[in-house]
Design a protein around this ligand. Structure first.
Ligand code: MN
Length: 251
C-alpha cells in the first residue's frame, strides 16, 4: 500500500513532469475570474466574437493540419477574445469600440487595461486577419498592380518570399512576421513580438504569419522553416490584395 510520504513524492514528480511538458508563453485558457464573496461578479463585454473559419478545419491539409487548426482557432484565439472581453468589462464605455481602433491608439486606452488590450486585443485582431490570409485555393503568387509593387520593393516575388521567410524564421520567441503598408502605400516586412499589432505603429497588416509555437508545433515540431514554406502554399492573395487596394488604415 502506498504510504503518505510516497504519495506526496509521486504527486511532486507528476507536477514536475507536467510543468516540463508545458511550453512557455502560451496564455492559460481564459476563464472569468471567480467572484469574491461580497463582491459583484465581474462584468464581461460580449462584443468580441471569434468568427467561424471560412473553410473546414482540415481544408489546409497537408500544409496546416486539422488538429492544429482546431486548437488554434477554438482555444487560443477564443482565449484572446475572452480575455479582451474581461478587460473591456472593466471599462464598459469602450464596449462596441472596434479592437483595431484601440490598438491604433493604445495611448488612449485606460492604463489599467492597456496591457491586456495590447496582448489580448492584439491576439484577437491578429488571428482574425490570419485566418483570412489562408485558403485551400491558393494562387502561387499575387497578380495585378499589387504584385508589381511587391516585386519592385523586394526584387520580384521570389525576393519577397525569401525576405519574408527569413524574417519569420528569425523571430526569437513568440511573435509574428507581417507584410504591412503605411499611409503612402509603402510596403515593408516587419516582425512583432508576442501579440503586438503593426496597427500600433500606424501600419496596416496585409499578410501575417503566426510563428508562435502553437501555430505549428504539433505537426512541424521545431522545424519552423518547414511550416513557413508550407504557409506559402495556402496564402489567400486575393484577400491580401483586397486589403492593399482598399488602401486605408481605417479598414
Ligand atoms: Mn496563434
Amino acid at each position: 500500500m502506498m504510504n503518505r510520504r510516497n504519495a506526496i513524492k509521486l504527486a511532486a514528480l507528476a507536477t514536475v513532469a507536467i510543468t516540463s511538458n508545458t511550453r512557455a508563453a502560451d496564455p492559460a485558457p481564459a476563464v472569468a475570474p471567480a467572484p469574491v464573496a461580497g463582491n459583484p461578479p465581474p462584468v464581461i463585454s460580449r462584443d468580441y466574437k471569434v468568427a467561424e473559419l471560412p473553410y473546414a478545419f482540415n481544408a489546409l491539409e497537408p500544409f496546416i493540419d486539422e488538429e492544429t487548426m482546431k486548437l488554434h482557432h477554438n482555444f487560443h484565439h477564443q482565449s484572446y477574445a475572452n480575455n479582451l472581453g474581461i478587460a473591456i468589462g472593466k471599462h464598459m464605455e469602450l464596449n462596441h469600440k472596434p479592437a483595431e481602433e484601440m490598438l491604433r491608439h493604445l495611448d488612449q486606452v485606460p492604463e489599467d487595461i492597456r496591457t491586456q488590450v495590447r496582448n489580448h486585443g492584439g491576439g484577437y485582431v491578429n488571428h482574425n486577419i490570419f485566418w483570412k490570409c489562408l485558403t485551400p485555393n491558393a494562387l502561387r503568387e499575387p497578380i495585378g498592380p499589387f504584385n508589381t509593387a511587391l516585386g519592385k520593393q523586394f526584387n520580384l516575388f521570389s525576393g519577397f518570399k525569401e525576405k519574408f521567410s527569413k524574417a519569420a524564421l528569425e523571430v526569437f520567441g513568440s511573435g509574428w512576421t507581417w507584410l504591412t503598408m503605411d499611409a503612402e502605400k509603402n510596403l515593408r516586412i516587419e516582425s512583432t513580438f508576442n501579440q503586438d499589432s503593426p496597427l500600433s505603429q500606424g501600419r496596416l497588416p496585409l499578410l501575417g504569419i503566426d510563428v508562435w509555437e502553437h501555430a505549428y508545433y504539433l505537426k512541424y515540431h521545431n522545424r519552423r522553416a518547414e511550416y513557413i514554406n508550407a504557409f506559402f502554399h495556402v496564402i489567400n492573395w486575393k484577400y491580401v490584395v483586397e486589403r492593399y487596394e482598399k488602401g486605408t488604415l481605417e479598414s
